[in-house]
Design a binder for this molecule. Structure first.
Ligand SMILES: [Zn+2]
Length: 288
């Protein structure tokens, strides 16, 4: 059965629903018996201090200065802190399970806008770069299919030689191409799914040539046609097709894969089924 890291601690009330959606997705998955939930505990703060500027990490842990909420989650509270520490533990445990068993999920976001100095745009700590930092001997390939470019991960790819970021997006968000940062912009109005599919093929070609040890797939849903940031041509069916394609290629190429939810800004009634579809696609490929 598909293992997914999750804990009730992931829940935090914020002025956006971005942490609340995690619990909503996990509850549907549990009710439908689609995953085995694995509680990852809390991450050791020392691990985060190695990834990000220690001053920012300490500010977030204590909540004592305005620096603690620079990523946008306001007001700071202990529930939010523990949610984030738990989500980050889920990234590491999920990566370990995926490298052992081929596939795993973390019912959380990758937080791709967070860079070394601080978090940004509702991303506290970069859970994608975290895996590369924690497993320096492993080649980590981030396939980021959030609608926004992962500018934080791209910056981290300059610092971490075992990290490659491949982003397919419709909003660049300052995400720069670089030696280990590959970007494929597909226009939200004039693009089409053939271009998207082609970009996924390119990503896998690249990942396999680099002897990738782990793909971390950001299965973003903010590119959905009804999302306020979405691409008009990207329907529910095509997003399911995208997820199936990613899982199918990773399985065929025998590259372990950890997936996370990433962005999505519709009301929970519309958004949760989209994220659940990603798990449906994973089960169809890995546990037919
Ligand atoms: Zn996004």
């Amino acid at each position: 059965m598909l293992k997914a890291c999750y804990s009730p601690r992931y829940y935090a009330q914020t002025h956006t629903n971005s942490m609340e959606k995690l619990t909503a997705v996990a509850e549907v998955l549990r009710a439908r018996n689609m995953v085995e939930l694995v509680d990852p505990g809390l991450i050791d703060a020392e691990v985060l201090r190695k990834l990000h500027h220690p001053q920012y990490v300490d500010a977030f842990l204590s909540g004592e200065s305005a620096f603690a909420t620079i990523q946008g989650f306001k007001p700071w509270n202990e529930q939010l802190r523990d949610a984030i520490l738990s989500v980050q533990a889920g990234q590491l445990l999920g990566a370990q399970i995926a490298m052992k068993e081929g596939i795993a999920a973390n019912i959380a976001q990758g937080f791709h806008h967070a860079s070394y100095e601080s978090g940004a745009a509702y991303c506290t700590f970069n859970g994608l770069a975290l895996v590369a930092k924690q497993f320096p001997e492993k080649r980590i390939f981030v396939l980021d299919c959030d609608q926004h470019g992962g500018d934080g991960t791209a910056i981290f790819s300059n610092r971490l030689s075992n990290l490659i970021n491949f982003g397919i997006f419709g909003i660049r968000f300052g995400c720069r191409a670089g030696e280990r940062s590959l970007t494929r912009y597909i226009h939200p109005k004039q693009g089409n799914f053939d271009l998207y599919r082609e970009a996924i093929f390119e990503a896998f070609q690249y990942a396999s040539h680099r002897d990738t040890d782990l793909i971390i797939y950001q299965a973003g849903m903010d590119c959905h046609q009804h999302d306020k940031y979405g691409s008009k041509w990207l329907t529910t069916e095509l997003l399911f097709e995208r997820d199936r394609l990613v899982f199918d290629m990773a399985k065929k190429m025998k590259i372990p894969l950890l997936f996370v939810l990433a962005g999505g800004y519709q009301a929970l009634e519309a958004l949760v089924p989209l994220h659940v579809n990603t798990f449906k696609a994973a089960n169809a490929i890995y546990f037919p």
